[in-house]
Design a protein around this ligand. Structure first.
Ligand SMILES: C[S@@+](CC[C@H](N)C(=O)[O-])C[C@H]1O[C@@H](n2cnc3c(N)ncnc32)[C@H](O)[C@@H]1O
Length: 203
């Protein structure tokens, strides 16, 4: 075989292979899917905020500025792998509740709580943070986005006066924080729900 015929043969083989790959793609119209088939397709949840975990030193600073203690009930909205409530439970015996819309995060958080021996103190639920009843929280931790903080703000301002809120990285617009802490190049904001909603924050 000459070089030329060898090259032609190679080209033909690759063309044939490409053709095979294409024809192996199913061309038939899919059957209308039945209910059991639909149940097997797990839709990924619509996240309002992507998953980015808070670094340990920032978790520590958040718990410190909010003075989280044994008598608190800490809610983490968008709890990821559960590190904020789990750390509070381990260190201070704080009861915690984390909600996340992503079932994978809830699995991780439950596994982490178990591993750290705080499953009795900390619970996680797969649910939308906007639909979560916050009335039992004494402390709320957030690592969301500016827009989401602003969307939550009216609901947070309606909570029991004295409820503490701590947010990694993002503020609440015109609701000025009671304290701001800089840690490792990031900012932690802290608010206490006032007795009366300031006039400029009333809708
Ligand atoms: C930036 S991560 C923060 C994770 C954790 N709080 C931390 O600080 O390490 C935001 C989390 O919010 C969750 N999330 C996004 N949209 C949500 C929603 N509508 N309801 C509940 N959780 C949501 C994401 O799945 C993600 O785990």
């Amino acid at each position: 075989m000459t070089i030329k015929t060898f090259m032609i043969t190679i080209s033909l083989v690759s063309l044939a292979l490409t053709g095979c790959a294409q024809t192996s793609t199913p061309t038939a119209t899919p059957e209308p899917s039945s209910a059991p088939q639909q149940a097997q397709v797990e839709e990924s949840p619509q996240l309002d905020v992507p998953y980015v975990p808070t670094p340990t030193e920032v978790v520590d600073a958040m718990l410190k500025v909010a003075k989280v203690g044994k008598n608190d009930v800490l809610y983490d909205l968008g709890s990821g792998d559960g590190r904020i409530p789990i750390t509070a439970a381990k260190r201070f015996g704080t009861r915690g509740f984390g909600v996340d819309i992503d079932p994978q995060r809830i699995q991780e958080a439950n596994a982490n709580a178990q591993k750290e021996g705080v499953s009795d103190l900390v619970k996680f639920a797969q649910q939308d943070l906007f639909k979560t009843d916050l009335s039992k929280a004494t402390v709320i931790s957030l690592y969301l986005l500016p827009r989401i903080n602003l969307e939550l703000r009216p609901k947070l301002l309606q909570l029991k006066p004295g409820t503490r809120i701590v947010s990694h990285a993002f503020d609440m617009g015109d609701w000025k924080p009671d304290q701001v802490v800089n840690v490792g190049g990031t900012t932690v904001y802290y608010w206490v729900v006032p007795e009366e909603v300031p006039a400029n924050l009333k809708k």
